[in-house]
Design a protein around this ligand. Sequence first.
Ligand SMILES: [Zn+2]
Length: 936
Amino acid sequence: MTKKMRRPGLLLVLALFLSSAVPPAAHAQKPAVATVTEDPEFADFVKKATTKPEFLSPLVDHLPKKAGVPSPKDVLGYHIGTEKKLTYVADQQRYFRALEKALPGRVKTEVTGKTEEGRDIMVVYVTSEANLKNLEQNRQNTKRIADPRGLTDAQAQQLIANTKPHYHISAGLHSQETNPPEAVIELAYRLAVSDEPYIKQIRDNVIVSITGATDVDGRDRYVDWYYAYKIDEAYDGGENYGDVPYWGKYVFHDNNRDINYGVDSLRAHLNWYLNWAPPIWHDLHEAQTLLYTFSGQPPQNANLDPILYTELPFFATYEVNKLTSYGMPGVWHFGFVDMWSPGYLGFAAANHNGMLRMYEIFNQGGANTKKARLSGAQTQRQWYRPNPAPAGEVDWSIRNSINYAETGVLTALELTSKFPQMVVENYYKKSANAIKRGADKPPYAFVLAAGQRDQSQVDRVANLLRRQAIEVHRATAEIKTKEGTFPAGSYVVKLNQPYGPLAKTLLEKQTYPDAALTTYDDSAWSMGMASNIDVKTIEDKTILDAPATLLKEDITSLGLLLDPNGAIGANDSVYIVTHNGALNLITLRYRLKDSAIKAAKAAFKVGDREFPAGSLLIPASDRARREIEALGLQALAVTAAPADVPTIDVDLPRLAMYTTWSSTEKPGWVRLAFDRWEIPYDLIHKDHVQAGANLRSKYDVIVMPHQGQNSKSIVYEQPKLSKPLPYKKSDKFTSLGMYAETDDVRGGMGLAGAAEFQKFVEDGGVLLTLGVASYFPADFGIAKGVDAQSPAQGFYAPGPYVNSEILIPTHPTMFGYAQKTLPVRYAGGPLLQAGPPAGAEQFAGTSPERPQVIARFTGGEAGVLSGLMRNPDQIRNRPMVVDAPSGKGRVIMFANNPIYRWQTFGEHAMIFNSILFWNDMPAPSAAAKPAITAGQ
Ligand SMILES: [Zn+2]
């Protein structure tokens, strides 16, 4: 775009207004005839704030000015990209509202939800007056195109011709990536105000919407941290005050990994997306040098329409072309990230037949200008990076980042405005293809059969599919297919629906297309395996006509209280709640915390009815009955507790969860699960385990979630190389000090803390370690006779599902698991070895402290159930769950991560059982299997 083109003279501006076919909006405060000029002060500012001329573009080296419309500076007091200025979300939203007030015909704000901390989530729409008036109709058209069932081709073409492409932009999902939430403020202003022809064309041909801060809570907390510390970071080297310990309430960077939308504020973004169904969602991030635009590199998910993989490079190469032609170095695509996993937030668009677009823009955190040292691949010329970033030292300002972000997005919008119908038509074709594929080609459906051991897990999967707008049917009669017979009540997920490809992606086994390729996140997520339920793939086409009704609302797993003698009555004294692995058993125990609840030590029968070990015996009461039903549990009412059934008391422990300061996110997922299942706990950290802490006097069970990279990172965390960094709430910084507080986030528990953990266990406490945290008790000798090793070279396992074998089914940790083998997600925990090291078997003895292997990985190629694992022999027979008694207590170590994201529901019960039965664990001699199972 030449300067001549983008700066129309006054006559041209007048001509444009005079020739405008757009009638003034009825509710507009003023007709759009005020003259648009340029802001000379901004032109001066941006030149100075940009560190080199080539980091600026002709699209953003000027800013429009229009009487009566506030610029960002008019509201915020500073130009966007001013050194040492970051904008809190409330101020960003204040600006968007001011813009809406000044230009109600072109700008509209919408509060789309609330965050965990009660802040507004906002989307702002910017488009022409005519488009804004037609916004709701355009939304309905878009939704119709997204589900074109029943449209004739002629109707579809008519609809496409009458529908403007909706292009959604999101900023600030990752809170330390500070520039995008700034850039979109100025972007909204430009789009609303400028009368440059290309922007006018964007307004006329595109509906733009912007989420200015996707993790709203995280953005504010990061800005607090920036003003508290990072603003003092030096230009060249010196102290770096890192990142704030928490972003949102639960998760950090994994807010871009919540595949099942377990975090409510992330779900709000999904719900917004599903309501508007924009064909494009463009998510702005910061990492790469200097601007990376995603173009769809392999491995590609074959369930996604090939059209998507032509659209992505179409946009990306146009951006590289334009920005390169402006002389901006370091703009590239390809060679960084794949999108194999469907769990990225913005991937909601690609999952729903739209298009995810993604940028990574260079910045250094915060808003200080700093010296950057650019080197490596990103400074080298490639076919996909013809004008690489300059190697060597360069001053980098946040304004540079904003220039890149805005120039890129304006270019993408300009392209969209040139081909608006193409975008809509592609969206239609992808949606139509999705339906047709499910009707023409096997598999045709997946069935989640009714009558599985734990119906609540089956119901949850159906609800999670529905959460993503996948249609789920329920069989009204028995269904017979080539694959088997399924009872009435089974869930049928037919693939001849717009989101059939997404259903297939989520439910099928992941077959990684090229074992030589790595992937950016998980290689597998198969929902049936994650929930330990059976999901049948149906290739028999008759399934599409099976008698079934569409579920219109979420399933509430209803509990069942039965009485073998008829009505449940006053004579019943005990409810026997079956332990079928249902996760709500622990919720029931906590809701009835004042009841004396017992559990059966072994399986037993009442009449014909079998109850597995761990089934709860609960004193009958109206309250208990209501809770059993509400929680979807299966129970039998009896007049007297069955005789001859040995029981244990189900005592609730005083529970703590240990978190490091340097890795709060993985504990965050466990916090989310504990909150959802109503498990109360104290969140403790290094300050709570200092010498003399006497943990045993306060707690019975401490859960140490997967966190860090190894035991050293858990014990020492971040080294004390800077000044102390308090994380505390103050009048000035109200978002700090939430979820935990400390005078200094650095340093970790140290050896004294590790010794306190040892005392805790020896004094009778139970320590549960998940995933990487299982290095800690092994490396520090807290778990006796257990070694933790790292895999050897050549091992690669990006989150596949693998097979495991339960060796001690009677161990309380495994109550409710009826099968001999169990699919689990491989979590990158240590390779454990329990018992004497190889060659020292003569030292094996009968000590009550010898470890018991409760479950182990089977290993080998046959043990990889879904996704990618290279050299799977390395995990063959390696312990997965080890019960290591020590003194009066024990450590139960999990090499898997039973509470991984909002995802591994089939493994959660191992942790919940270990909490419920913390003081009911058997001595080693009582175990049926030999103590020693070493890896090989
Ligand atoms: Zn990011």
